[in-house]
Ligand binder design. Structure first.
Ligand SMILES: Cc1ncc(COP(=O)(O)O)c(C=O)c1O
Length: 346
């Protein structure tokens, strides 16, 4: 691992900070026209940024964040990555894959947010199936016991003489958010090469790192881009969470982003049944883009964020001439956990 760390450390400077990145495969995903959905929505300049193709064990947005989180925090003495998430967490699966890539062990503390569901696919397919291949230790808890279970794992590992690195939920820390500061620049220059100036980006928002990173990235580039964060669970208004992370990013980089809380676009109308529940709007949005463009979304995050994009267009929140990017944040492996769900069987 020392070799990997040495090769990867220095990436660039931003503000007062030297940025360090550990390459896992996350940079340089395609930005493509979304022709079928453009016609359907009568939104001629609709593009998709394919962060489902970030290239590590099923892809997704956490690969970018982990590259910068680990670049900043991983030291040669660490031997185990520990993180948290829901049973079907994409972040946890990508963390297990990152650990494998770095020759480390991993422990995932997974919270059962749907204790009433005993669907064998939800319990054993999707991300859980991939985890069985990637080899993390998995600790399952209910919501009430989650924080205690995490403390106990970290204490146990230290008592065993191991040296764990804890990665907070979604790697949504200032260093993790650098992944989406970088992504903002990447997609801006990709669009410029197509002769387009991005006016809107629509993304799922869970732990806020993707939305906050994009907002910070466009600010640092001096570009006026609206970043719409679509919530997929409660609390549906994530404005405060995004603002807190933006403040932390400012302190980390030593920059002034000058973003007020009121400017943050947090959209809570597409939670559609709650976390992990695909309601009608989610299923319809997934079918629209699948049939029109052959793109597969997931029922937990991207199905809801694309439902949000469709809803915003219909409401006239973004005008039809504007250049809009739908960020596909991944999650497709989680779809297979829903094979028996009534939403996909009628
Ligand atoms: C597929 C997918 N999209 C979006 C998100 C939300 O990203 P963030 O936590 O950075 O807000 C997640 C987070 O868990 C995810 O797995």
């Amino acid at each position: 691992m020392d070799d990997l760390l040495n090769r990867s450390r220095s990436f660039a400077r931003l503000g007062r900070k030297e940025i360090r990145r550990l390459p896992l495969g996350g940079l340089g995903t395609p930005l493509e026209p979304l022709a079928g959905a453009s016609d359907y929505l009568r939104l001629p300049n609709l593009l998709i940024k394919r962060d489902d193709l970030t290239g590590l064990a099923g892809g997704g947005n956490k690969v970018r964040k982990l590259e910068f989180f680990l670049g900043e925090h991983l030291e040669p003495q660490h031997d185990t990555l520990v993180t948290v998430g829901a049973i079907q967490s994409n972040h946890a699966r990508q963390t297990a894959a990152a650990a494998a890539r770095c020759g480390l062990r991993s422990v995932l503390v997974l919270e059962d947010r749907r204790p009433d569901s005993h669907d064998p696919n939800y319990e054993g397919s999707g991300n859980i199936l991939l985890n069985r291949l990637l080899g993390p230790e998995i600790i399952r808890t209910d919501t009430a016991g989650h924080a205690t279970a995490l403390d106990q794992v970290l204490t146990r590992l230290r008592n065993e003489g191991r040296n764990p690195l804890f990665i907070p939920s979604g790697a949504s820390t200032p260093s993790g958010s650098l992944g989406y500061i970088h992504c903002a620049a990447e997609m801006w220059f990709q669009a410029s090469a197509l002769g387009l100036s991005i006016e809107n980006v629509v993304t799922a928002n869970g732990s806020a790192g993707t939305q906050a990173g994009l907002i910070a990235g466009f600010r640092l580039l001096g570009k006026d881009v609206k970043v719409w964060g679509i919530s997929h669970g409660e609390p549906s208004n994530k404005r405060g969470k995004v603002k807190t992370l933006l403040n932390d990013i400012e302190a980390f980089l030593g920059v002034d982003l000058a973003v007020s809380e009121e400017e943050i676009l947090s959209v809570g109308d597409y939670v559609d049944g709650g976390y992990g529940v695909p309601g009608d709007a989610t299923r319809q949005a997934m079918q629209i883009i699948a049939k029109a463009d052959g793109i597969i979304l997931d029922p937990v995050y991207t199905g809801k964020s694309f439902a949000g994009l469709c809803g915003l267009v219909k409401k006239g929140a973004m005008s039809r001439g504007e250049v809009t990017v739908f960020l596909h944040t991944g999650g497709t492996p989680g779809l297979f956990a829903y094979a028996n769900h009534p939403a996909f069987n009628s």
